[in-house]
Design a protein around this ligand. Structure first.
Ligand SMILES: NC(=O)c1ccc[n+]([C@@H]2O[C@H](COP(=O)([O-])OP(=O)(O)OC[C@H]3O[C@@H](n4cnc5c(N)ncnc54)[C@H](O)[C@@H]3O)[C@@H](O)[C@H]2O)c1
Length: 293
């Protein structure tokens, strides 16, 4: 194994900075100034940022040029305004990621205006059709799979070759703890989010040699604008108490994990599905359990 000198220290590896030691490693790990980041569903809801908008803003704050991809022009404008107020650089690419042609055109336009993409956050997802296998509406089932899984395939297929052309890249897919565990009341959402976990591992396998890392973040019961009007105060409290930390998470908690996995600090991480859920998925039972004598 190759040894390089860092000041008076010896370290192994070839890609770590060889000057400046830990200070340089810390700076390089946080530096996204070379990055072109595409975030789907990056628009901001009237009542505040969801996960996509928070990801876009954190990546921009790290120095990335951010492509705000959304089908809602006003929501996209709100994110652009926030990024510009925060001193970041971004541009809007309006489009519906359900449509293959829109994905192809969006990524081509990103390349033309911002450069080859190096980060893709596949964030768009819907709660989808209610019901069990017995009563789920089958068109609703198809729509849930289409929006939650197929959009990630479409966006990735146009990004991976470009990432490869620039020497590598990083994709982060939004899964959910509903896709890692049982417990979710509807069959379509949990199944689609489970499919994303497996899609992530297979993409990591297929594109690792091209330098493209692929990871997923699986949020737990996060409080976001998109669900705020669907949940009663009582249910909000049940959700908070269902985690080990008994604290409510928000879009920024998820975006911090996405930003970490997307960036150079995670350069040796691929194929991971990272639960960001205040420990909800770490425990078998959340009810108090009597210790065994
Ligand atoms: N909120 C939670 O508790 C939670 C928990 C687990 C996983 N997730 C996942 O996190 C992701 C983000 O969820 P969120 O609720 O924060 O939403 P969000 O606010 O990040 O995304 C909503 C945005 O996506 C845009 N959008 C929707 N469909 C689109 C399409 N087809 N093309 C382009 N833009 C589109 C909307 O216009 C809106 O601006 C989803 O994949 C969701 O399943 C959320």
């Amino acid at each position: 194994m190759k040894m390089r000198s860092v000041g008076e220290e010896e370290v192994m590896g070839v890609d770590v900075p060889i000057e400046g030691g830990a200070t340089a490693v810390a700076a390089e790990s946080a530096d996204l100034s070379d990055a072109v980041a595409v975030v789907t569903g990056a628009g901001t809801h009237l009542s505040g940022p969801g996960i996509g908008a928070a990801c876009a803003r954190l990546l921009a704050a790290g120095g990335a040029k951010v492509a705000i991809v959304d089908r809602d022009a006003e929501a996209a404008d709100r994110t652009l305004a926030a990024i510009e107020a925060e001193g970041g650089a971004a541009a809007i690419f309006l489009g519906d990621v359900n449509e293959e042609e829109a994905c192809r055109e969006t990524i081509a336009a990103v390349e033309d205006h911002l450069g080859l993409p190096s980060i893709l956050v596949n964030n768009v997802g819907i709660l989808g059709a209610p019901g069990t296998v017995v009563d789920v509406d089958l068109d609703g089932w198809d729509e849930t799979m289409r929006v939650n899984v197929r959009t990630m395939v479409l966006m990735s297929r146009h990004c991976v070759p470009r990432m490869s052309a620039r020497g590598g890249g990083s994709i982060v897919n939004l899964s959910s703890t509903a896709g890692l565990l049982g417990g979710y009341p509807t069959v379509a959402y949990g199944t689609s989010k489970g499919a994303i976990a497996q899609l992530t591992r297979l993409m990591a396998q297929h594109h690792g040699e091209a330098g493209v890392r692929v990871n997923a973040v699986a949020p737990g019961m996060v409080w976001t604008p998109m669900i705020a009007d669907k949940i009663s105060p009582e249910m909000r409290d049940v959700r908070r108490r269902s985690s080990l930390l008994k604290t409510e998470g928000n879009a920024w908690d998820v975006a911090a994990a996405v930003s970490y996995l997307a960036g150079p600090a995670a350069r040796w991480i691929t194929g991971v599905v990272l639960a960001v859920d205040a420990g909800m998925s770490a425990a078998m039972a959340l009810a108090p359990v009597e210790p065994l004598e």
